[in-house]
Each structure stands twice: as structure tokens, then as C-alpha cells.
Ligand binder design. Sequence first.
Ligand SMILES: [Zn+2]
Length: 230
Amino acid sequence: MNLKNFLSDFSDLIFPRCCEACDRSLVGNEATICTSCMISLPRIQLNGLHQDVIRYKFVNVPEVILTHSFLLFTKKGKVQHLLHALKYKGNKEVGLKLGFMFGQEMMTAGLLPNAGLIISVPLHKKKRKIRGYNQSDLLAEGFSNATGIPWSATALERIKHTATQTGKSKTQRRENVEGVFVAKEKIIHEHVIIMDDVLTTGATLEECMQTLKTAGCKYFTILTIALAEH
Ligand SMILES: [Zn+2]
């Protein structure tokens, strides 16, 4: 054992680090998520039923070339723990790691889209100030680190707070997010990836696309870390 490993094991004894998904102690060079969780997190199969659910959400948006969610969100499940750590416990590493894993696995599956830029769905600046960061930026950064596709946190700005989408009809959801974003710069890439944390109704992502079209984008890949089942 070299000195670095020794010191890291020693520090684990004094300040135990825990897996953000299952809460067990991390060992050796594990970081943020333990090896067992990394392997067993519930991936969404590319040709399974959930993939059809995701595609159906954007069935009326012909500009969407590809949609994919990495993991299945279930109440009290590991994915919920991870997203909670990312959004409410200030653990930015969770975002970077999940984004990186997502990027790596899409590359391995030969599914990396031919897009020029990753754009994260922005938070309203008040909300961002309270949280200290935008969790979707970290997911986009992690995905970018794995794939080499550049990302931008400044292409879009959220100019309105929105009430929760829960309990609203599809039309109400669309109306609720209308005019929420503005494009801050001209985008030279025709095909961009939009990255968000959880896919629920898809209404917010649709509004992002509408806004990005005014900035020059023509085709979209929609990627989210999790799909919420209803
Ligand atoms: Zn774990």
C-alpha cells in the first residue's frame, strides 16, 4: 500500500464517506457512488417500454431527433436519493458523476448524437442563488467531460418563476411555461443537446426548444438523467 492509499484509508476511518445512493461507507478509491450502485442503478433500456414512454412525450415535435433518459426514478429509490443529494444537499459531485456515466454509456452504446453543443435547462436566478448552482449545469458538464461535446450554461435564461406542473392538464402545462425562457446568444449549431435532471411532462423542454429555435437551432436531442414514472 502506498502512502496516498494509506492516508485515504486512514481518513475514511475518521471521516467516513458514504455512497449518496445507498448510504453505505465508501471504500478504497470509490467516490460519491459505490461500485455496487454504479453497476446496479436502474438504467432505462434502449428498446424497452420506458423508451417508448419518453419518445411519446415529444411525438408532436418533429425537430426532436433523439430522446433518452439515463435512469428510472422511483419513490424512495436510489435515483431519488442521488437527485436529493444533488439538489438539496449541495453535492455537486453527484451531478458531475451521473452526467459522466450517462455520456460514457451513450458512447459505448454507439448512440452519441452528432450535436455541436449541450445546453442545460436554466433555473431562475433567484432559485439558482438559493441553491448556489444549477444542477443541470453539472449534469451537462459531466456529460461533456465524457464525450468532448462542449456545453453552455449561458445560451438560455429563465426569466419567469413557474408554479408546479403537478395536477395540471397538458394544455395548462404548456401555458404555464410559455415565455419562461429567452435566448441569450445566437447559436451556430443546428443540432443541440438539451440536458435536464428529471423528465416529467416534457412541457419545459418543449418550451426550451421553441426558444432555441429563435436562436438558430433546428434539431434537438433531449437527454435527462431520470425519468419520473406517473
Ligand atoms: Zn451505494
